[in-house]
Design a protein around this ligand. Structure first.
Ligand code: CAA
Length: 379
């Protein structure tokens, strides 16, 4: 498939590529090893318009389409999958949801700074006992006059330690099940809101993942996003868009794995010739490249449907399901091609493998993607 990108698309891709080389590549191994959040790079990503790419300019965003977002995210992710997920969560899960469902006051107060990258956002749906079964929300939001009082714990929250604002799903009426859940935006520093635990992870180690605790956390009722009872629909719809972002992160890791493998197999000699001359290596590269192009097709298809305001959830699920699978496969093959060197940290490919695995888990496991896809088929 030959994609016809506009001049703007190509310019955004080039800008992101240059940025990734200049600002993300230096220190990427050290940040991973030491679990260092890329503060300076995230600030510059905001200045470049990468943190609110699809948000209208009047709300601080870049006013671009989803294809532009995918192209930029891909370039960032090829170099640093941690920076990629930080960007993806802010764009897809926070800004997109808030722009679509927030009030004008919420947009002015929160979205403008989030989209411009002056503030960072997080999305808090998962709980210790609500992961794939996201509708099983235990966190409560109890109405008290002009306030809600939030109590509960959120789990595995990307950006959670550094977020200025977090979108939180909580039950306003537990007797109504999924239809009794509502969405709220909560500011860092609100009394009763704290970061409870920083997770130590296998991959994407320079992005932060934490649990958040809410204990009698009082917020203004005006911070509810959407009507009472619409929080689950809001979260699942927002995740449809998020899955395009994670699929792109997976594609990027797969591409990085292939590029490293091509470079290495041309340089590395065995049996007195470059290993690229061996068919065993050539076939691995061919399979990796074929899968990458298939994943790219699914992602661009989902992004195009979204840009055309057509239903895109099942296509986004297919893109994430396939791209995450091939990301793990490509990273494994890259390690095999690199042999013992691939197992060593300085060669990057062991990081690609560690980073790839999470793409099969977060924003809906591969099993959840299959549920979404099969439900659409049988609907
Ligand atoms: N858009 C809008 N509404 C939707 C929807 C969508 N894509 N999918 C479902 N809904 C609606 C349903 O219509 C239903 O509403 P009604 O009862 O009014 O009809 C309601 O939401 C509940 O849906 P279901 O009855 O289908 O609920 P279910 O319990 O069967 O679960 C599920 C559906 C697909 C399994 C869903 O729970 C799911 O996607 N789970 C995975 C959650 C997930 O992806 N978590 C990721 C956490 S966030 C994260 O990882 C971010 C990060 O930090 C990187």
């Amino acid at each position: 498939m030959n994609y016809t990108f506009s001049e703007t698309h190509l310019m955004i891709r080039d800008t992101a590529r240059q940025f990734a080389q200049d600002e993300l590549a230096p220190g990427v191994i050290e940040r991973d090893e030491k679990e260092m959040f890329p503060y300076d790079a995230v600030k510059k990503m905001g200045e470049l318009g990468f943190m609110g790419m699809m948000v209208a300019e009047e709300y601080g965003g870049a006013g671009l389409d989803t294809i532009s977002y995918v192209l930029a995210l891909e370039e960032i992710g090829k170099v640093d999958a941690s920076a990629c997920v930080i960007m993806s969560v802010n764009n897809s899960l926070v800004c997109w949801g808030l722009e679509a469902h927030g009030t004008e006051e919420q947009k002015q107060k929160y979205l403008v700074d989030l989209a411009a990258g002056r503030k960072l956002g997080a999305f808090a749906l998962s709980e210790p006992e609500a992961g794939s079964d996201a509708t099983n929300q235990r966190t409560t939001a109890t109405r008290d006059g002009d306030s809600y009082i939030i109590n509960g714990t959120k789990n595995f929250i990307t950006n959670g330690a550094n977020a200025d604002y977090v979108l939180v799903m909580a039950a306003t009426d537990r007797s109504k099940g999924p239809r009794g859940v509502s969405a709220f935006i909560i500011e860092k520093g609100t009394p009763g809101y704290s970061v409870a635990k920083k997770e130590r992870k296998m991959g994407i180690r320079s992005s932060d993942t934490v649990s958040l605790a809410f204990q009698d956390c009082r917020i203004p009722a005006t911070n509810r996003v959407g009507e009472e009872g619409t929080g689950i629909k809001f979260a699942l719809k927002t995740l449809d868009g998020g899955r395009i972002g994670i699929a792109t992160q997976a594609l990027a890791i797969a591409e990085a794995s292939l590029e490293a493998s091509i470079r290495y197999s041309k340089e590395r000699k065995a049996f007195e010739k470059p290993i690229a001359d061996l068919q065993a290596i050539q076939f691995k590269l061919a399979d990796m490249s074929t899968n990458i192009e298939a994943a790219r097709g699914l992602i661009l298809n989902a992004a195009t449907l979204k840009d055309q305001n057509q239903p895109f959830g099942p296509m986004a699920a297919m893109a994430k399901l396939f791209a995450s699978k091939i990301a793990v496969e490509c990273a494994l093959e890259a390690m095999q091609i690199h042999g013992g060197y691939g197992y060593m940290r300085e060669y990057h490919v062991e990081r690609y493998l560690r980073d790839a695995k999470i793409t099969e888990i977060y924003e809906g496991t591969s099993e959840i993607q299959r549920i979404v896809i099969s439900r659409a088929l049988l609907h």
